[in-house]
Design a protein around this ligand. Structure first.
Ligand code: 9MR
Length: 403
């Protein structure tokens, strides 16, 4: 689909969605479109505070489903492909790349004035079926660097950030450095992270290079241990002058989790090292919540509010993305493992499966509002902050102003 056609579709999507929302409004006294669009969108509230807010997206729905496209367009100033930039999606064969799905997302983002994150360049999952029989200790370095040169090179200058290495820590690996026993570690040793970050820097000097991981959010013992391992890993990278700019805290939370001081201190420590922190994949698993839909939604919303308010109080937290925008397509409803005991679908995201804003939506917006404006100034109702201005860590030398 060419760019003009794509934008036509998006415009139609927005109009259609308005109608859809209006119809739904008559059926229930649920929040209406006017409660959540324009100045009242997550996007506008984030931009007024110099923040990025958005979600993981799937190209088939952006292209094929009007409500989906309109909701993503209205609410986000940053997107990330849920799957379309993974090795498995980009490399149908060892010697062939297919960028069509990833390009579609970039085109949508550019058409709607949105930033785009890349996810991801180096992971032990979502590898193509040919990987196992083709990649080995002799050629792994070439495969990894050529992949990064090709993929990050293609999108150079166009992405906000890249998840360069994803989920490298596994506290059960039995290794002192906590590194996960992945094919990359097996073939290249612990130096594979440095290889990946250096290749990404070379291919796209402008993207913020990110280490991204999960299970580091709460003060539960295993999460505390994993967070400490991640911090040690990041410290080793920084000490070796590896080009890393940010840490992604995935934030796949479960209802009942309590945001704790451990994560806040971790974020502050990263800030002292000059690193940004992104909430990269937030959702709230409500598998174990009992009660009515309203009670379950309230439990989910409470965690959105508490968690994001804590995170956004830290100035180096600059972006919040949820892992999807609507319960209709959450990964948490796609496998047996995450099924609720009563068989009902989970409701982990800001919009329900009919694109109605859930209490989590308003919780998220309140949390965005809790962020002070620039210099602690009151936030104006019309967004004028620059959400893309480079982050200057506290205590870092201020940039000299040009006269
Ligand atoms: O949501 C994604 C799902 O559709 C994919 O099948 C799966 C494997 O590629 O990845 C899921 O997304 C994961 C993300 O890439 C990394 N962090 C955990 C996410 C949820 O499993």
């Amino acid at each position: 689909m060419n760019r003009r056609r794509f934008l036509q579709v998006s415009a139609a999507a927005a109009a259609c969605s308005l109608q859809g929302f209006a119809e739904k409004k008559h059926k229930a006294a649920a929040p209406s479109l006017t409660d959540v669009t324009g100045e009242r969108s997550l996007r506008a509230h984030a931009e007024a505070r110099g923040l990025l807010v958005g979600c993981a997206v799937v190209p088939e729905h952006l292209d094929g489903e009007t409500d989906y496209a309109a909701t993503v367009a209205a609410q986000s100033n940053i997107l990330v492909p849920e799957n379309a930039m993974k090795w498995q999606a980009l490399r149908p064969a060892a010697d062939r790349f297919d960028f069509r799905a990833a390009d579609e997302i970039l085109m949508f983002a550019e058409g709607h004035g949105q930033k785009l994150r890349g996810h991801n360049l180096c992971w032990h999952e979502a590898l193509p079926s040919w990987f196992e029989s083709t990649v080995n200790a002799d050629n792994a370095r070439r495969f990894l660097t050529e992949h990064i040169q090709t993929v990050a090179g293609r999108y150079a200058g166009k992405l906000h950030s890249w998840d360069v290495v994803n989920e490298a820590i596994d506290i059960h690996s039995g290794r002192a450095d906590g590194l996960r026993k992945s094919p990359w570690l097996e073939f290249l040793g612990p130096g594979y992270l440095e290889i990946a970050f250096q290749a990404a820097k070379q291919a796209d000097p402008n993207a913020l290079l990110t280490y991204n991981d999960y299970g580091i959010e709460t003060d539960a013992p295993d999460q505390t241990e994993k967070r400490a391992q991640v911090l040690m890993l990041v410290r080793r990278l920084v000490a070796r002058r590896v080009p890393i700019d940010a840490v992604g805290v995935q934030s796949h939370l479960a209802a009942g989790d309590k945001p704790g001081a451990g994560l806040r201190d971790f974020v502050r420590e990263l800030g002292r090292m000059g690193l940004q922190v992104f909430v990269t994949e937030m959702d709230v698993n409500e598998q174990k919540l009992e009660g009515s839909v309203a009670e379950r939604d309230a439990g989910v919303a409470e965690l959105y509010k508490d968690y994001l308010t804590m995170m956004l109080a830290e100035p180096n937290v600059t972006a919040v993305l949820t892992w999807g925008i609507t319960d209709r397509y959450t990964w948490l409803n796609s496998d047996q493992k995450h099924l609720r005991p009563d068989g009902k679908p989970q409701r982990p995201l800001p919009f329900d499966s009919d694109y109605q804003p859930a209490p989590a939506y308003f919780a998220m917006r309140d949390a965005l509002d809790s962020r002070a404006g620039k210099e602690g100034a009151p936030v104006k109702s019309s967004p004028d902050a620059d959400p893309y201005a480079p982050f200057t860590p506290k205590g870092a030398a201020p940039k000299l102003m040009r006269q």
